[in-house]
Design a binder for this molecule. Structure first.
Ligand code: FES
Length: 160
């Protein structure tokens, strides 16, 4: 070799540089998007979930990070909530914790199940109605209802 870079080598280097730049840009955009869709709050404090558009006629999953401080340690818990507007009480949206009362898996909303949809647990086939009550399977209790309110066009929850 005489130290010269062939046209082919130059093209390979250029492709690697462009590929790396594309991957870095994609990673940065992805992390920004993910962080922007996760809400943060503190246990026992009013936590902003979003504006009214977050609550619609169908249950929608909303991830949330809750900071829990017991005086010695502060840790962050990942939560998943399901939110839906309450047509009978528009000021108080319906919000459930997705945590199954059996062994703690996250339930999923299946709008095609039952008469008006069901929450289904993927771990042991537990089933809950749209009111959070147990319909079948091993769960001993209903889904936890989370206190929610609307103030100034925003939806707030309080995680106990
Ligand atoms: S954890 Fe949900 S049914 Fe077992």
């Amino acid at each position: 070799m005489d130290g010269k870079v062939t046209r082919r080598q130059a093209m390979v280097r250029l492709a690697r540089i462009l590929g790396g730049a594309w991957a870095a840009a994609f990673a940065a955009l992805s992390s920004t998007f993910l962080l922007s869709t996760i809400r943060f709050g503190k246990k026992d404090e009013k936590t902003l979930l979003g504006d009214l558009s977050i609550s619609g006629p169908e249950f929608k999953a909303v991830p949330l990070r809750i900071s829990v401080d017991d005086g010695w340690y502060e840790q962050v818990e990942e939560k998943l909530l399901f939110i839906k507007e309450d047509q009978a009480d528009p000021e108080n949206p319906i919000v459930f914790s997705a945590t199954c009362s059996h062994l703690g898996c996250n339930v999923e909303w299946d709008e095609t199940a039952g008469d008006d949809g069901e929450f289904v647990c993927p771990c042991h086939a537990g089933r809950f109605g749209s009111d959070g009550q147990v319909l079948g399977g091993p769960p001993p209790n209903a889904l936890q209802r989370i206190p929610a309110s609307i103030e100034d066009g925003n939806v707030y929850v309080r995680i106990a």
